[in-house]
Design a protein around this ligand. Structure first.
Ligand code: SAM
Length: 305
């Protein structure tokens, strides 16, 4: 079913299931030798969601069979591990320069508020759909997980007035902020909502603020991208999950996040997936670098003027 402006979800369906898939990939990556990411909360979170295919991925069962853990997405486990490291490094650098206010947009099953060693006086906000936030928070509370930072959750749709909800939760516009949008600006919002989101971030950002994001269209606009999305859906279906991957994103062009920030006087550094693989010490992507989603997603780190 195509996306609708007022659609919503939990972690077992629609866009929410992609958060479970990414967490399952982080769990599988955490089990590999010389792991690039160590996400100890990913497996229990994915188990609690209860989608069999992603539980099998999270526990390493699928990854034990050569290539089976990639679920029709070439080098998927490595991709999400390299992406997680890129954004972990970004947060570590922001914390090291003294930033104490962090906002994770579309946090899904991201466990960074719990797993990162936050400096004293840090406040971490998470924003996602209400059901997603509620599920993660209660599941991790049952596991006894705690945060080194002060942790504030905001359950709201990012197509709505999330800045008002963030301000109501205590966000301080006079403190520089490190923003993160991981796995959001890759087709999950309509283009006008992407621009509104970026403009809100710009307006809420005191001097010294930063943003990191991936952006583009995960399923690509090309025939190759569509084939890729179909391959993923087929593999998920073989493993018991009936979800049309291409229908999860809004079709058409998406915002060039780096260009938009640059046009608003932010400085930007862009990277591509092969560079993230290299930084993570992973074997090169080879021919997969020229296919969607590797060639349809960019990565940016940006700083406010
Ligand atoms: N950032 C997380 C990560 O990398 O593990 C989750 C990424 S997942 C691919 C996409 C996330 O975007 C989901 O958690 C979904 O709920 C969230 N999302 C997408 N559209 C949203 C919207 N309109 N409002 C709130 N959250 C949204």
């Amino acid at each position: 079913m195509a996306r609708a402006d007022d659609d919503s979800w939990d972690l077992a369906n629609s866009v929410g299931a992609t958060a479970t898939m990414v967490a399952a990939a982080r769990s599988a990556a955490s089990r590999r030798p010389n792991a690039v990411v160590h996400d100890q909360y990913a497996e229990p979170l994915v188990r609690a969601v209860g989608l069999d295919v992603f539980t099998r991925l999270a526990t390493g069962e699928l990854d034990a069979v050569d290539g089976a853990g990639d679920l029709g997405f070439p080098r998927m486990i490595d991709t999400f591990a390299a992406r997680a490291k890129f954004f972990d490094d970004y947060f570590a650098e922001a914390a090291a320069t003294g930033l104490q206010q962090f906002v994770i947009l579309a946090s899904g099953l991201d466990s960074r508020p719990y797993r990162l060693p936050w400096p004293a006086r840090t406040v971490v906000y998470e924003i996602d759909q209400p059901e997603v936030i509620e599920f993660k928070t209660t599941t991790l509370a049952k596991l006894g997980a705690s945060c080194a930072a002060e942790h504030r959750t905001v359950g709201i749709d990012l197509r709505e007035d999330w800045p008002a909800a963030l301000l109501a939760a205590g966000f301080d516009t006079e403190r520089p902020t490190a923003w993160l949008a991981e796995g959001l600006l890759i087709g999950f919002l309509p283009q006008e909502a992407e621009v509104r989101l970026l403009d809100s971030i710009i307006a809420l950002s005191d001097s010294g603020s930063r943003l990191a994001a991936d952006y583009g269209q995960v399923t690509g606009q090309s025939a190759d991208g569509q084939r890729q999305a179909q391959a993923m859906s087929e593999r998920w279906r073989e493993l018991g999950l009936d979800l049309d991957v291409a229908s999860l994103t809004y079709p058409g062009a998406h915002t060039d996040v780096a260009a938009h920030l640059w046009a608003n006087r932010w400085s930007t550094i862009t990277s591509d997936l092969p560079e993230l693989f290299d930084a993570a010490g992973l074997a090169p992507l080879g021919a997969f670098a020229d296919q969607a989603p590797a060639n349809s997603i960019g990565y940016v780190r940006a700083a406010a003027p």
